[in-house]
Design a protein around this ligand. Structure first.
Ligand SMILES: *Cc1c(COP(=O)(O)O)cnc(C)c1O
Length: 362
């Protein structure tokens, strides 16, 4: 076995696996279990914290003084990076996408959700336009060059922490799930090696999908991984995830191969491949925008289970799982592990948009 990878301790784990039986009825009779990666930490919580354990350890090992990363204005990844950097004495520079950067620089910034936490953490925010963001890797390299010229030692983390190294955190998360299953912390048959039919989660930059798909296959957690795209489309994410998985396998050669599959192909267990479905049918009207049905679903889930989803990622992903189940692509009685990836600050930045869905109480 290879030596364990350096890791900065950030995650409060293992995160619990829980049941909310009332949820099954909202997902067409699928038996839903929830892996609570929304509670990997406090304000810094969510799936990005797992990736940052590996990425920031690498930054440290390379002697970095400043971490540079990017995302949308309300990026959970940027916020987790800002807080984790503050905890470990690193500076954070966040390149955030806004519709009108000139205006954002001129006017006072809206201190809500993740942006408020970024600034509390002392991170430096730089705005970029959607066009500039389309070339984000080059943009991050330019910022890093500038910081190096100013005497800093920059370390670049790509969007979402989604490179090969970051994705390995989700291979490990699936190992963590398997250990919980073996201990009897999921359904009874799991202690005798039984697996979930599907593990499902939201997909925004692809690193979680790559790691979950490879890890779920390697550790016999589930027959298939369903990644619900919240932006772009299936073909784009299939390419991106395949490339991240390739990079991950370069770091960990014993990982299985990634097998992309259409949504309507019946799952089979242990083909020696990590079967991944990328489903873009639940992404809604636009990135971070939900339609009325999705908003009502998000409200229904919290009202009946006490679980809080977010409008950018987890609300759309669980809605997508419910849709796939209602179409019969995931049969009634199947066991699904829903990976709750966090995102609460994004919800709190979008309260007004939910007024209509809340109905009489709002
Ligand atoms: C970033 C994020 C995701 C998506 O993870 P990726 O690895 O970027 O695909 C899902 N849910 C939440 C809450 C996130 O912040």
């Amino acid at each position: 076995m290879s030596a364990p990878r350096p890791r900065l301790p950030l995650v409060h784990g293992p995160t619990p696996i829980v049941r909310r039986p009332a949820l099954d009825a909202l997902v067409s009779g699928v038996e839903v279990w929830i892996k609570r990666d929304d509670v990997t930490g406090g304000a810094e919580s969510g799936n990005k914290l797992r990736k940052l354990e590996l990425l920031l350890a690498d930054a440290r090992a390379k002697g970095a003084t400043t971490v540079v990363t990017c995302g949308g204005l309300q990026s959970n990844h940027a916020r987790a990076t800002a807080l984790a950097c503050a905890a470990h004495g690193l500076r954070a520079v966040l390149v955030l996408r806004v519709a009108d950067p000139a205006r954002a620089r001129r006017e006072p910034i809206d201190l809500s959700g993740n942006v408020l936490l970024d600034l509390l953490a002392g991170a430096q925010i730089r705005f970029c336009s959607p066009d500039e963001y389309a070339q984000r890797n080059a943009l991050l390299e330019r910022v890093a060059y500038e910081l190096a010229e100013a005497g800093e030692r920059p370390y670049v983390i790509p969007e979402g922490g989604s490179n090969g190294l970051g994705s390995l955190a989700y291979v490990d998360a699936m190992r963590e799930v398997r250990a919980q299953m073996d201990l009897g912390l999921a359904f009874p048959e799991a202690t005798a090696g039984g697996a979930f039919d599907v593990v499902a989660h939201a997909c925004g930059s692809g690193g979680t999908a790559a790691g979950v798909a490879l890890g779920a296959a390697q550790h016999d957690v589930a027959r298939a991984t369903w990644a619900f795209a919240v932006c772009d489309d299936t073909a784009t994410f299939e390419r991106r995830i395949a490339s991240i998985a390739l990079e991950a396998r370069g770091l960990e050669p014993e990982l299985p191969e990634l097998g992309l599959a259409p949504a309507d192909e019946p799952p089979t267990l242990r083909q020696g491949r990590a079967r991944l479905v990328v489903d873009d049918r639940a992404k809604g009207p636009a990135y971070a925008v939900m339609d009325a049905d999705q908003k009502r679903f998000l409200f229904e889930v919290t009202r009946s289970t006490g679980l809080v989803l977010d409008p950018v990622y987890t609300g759309k992903a669980l809605f997508g799982l419910a849709e796939a189940a209602s179409r019969g692509e995931i049969p009634r009685g199947a066991r699904a592990l829903f990976l709750h990836t966090g995102g609460l600050p994004g919800l709190l930045a979008q309260g007004e948009g939910l007024r209509e869905a809340l109905g009489e109480g709002a």
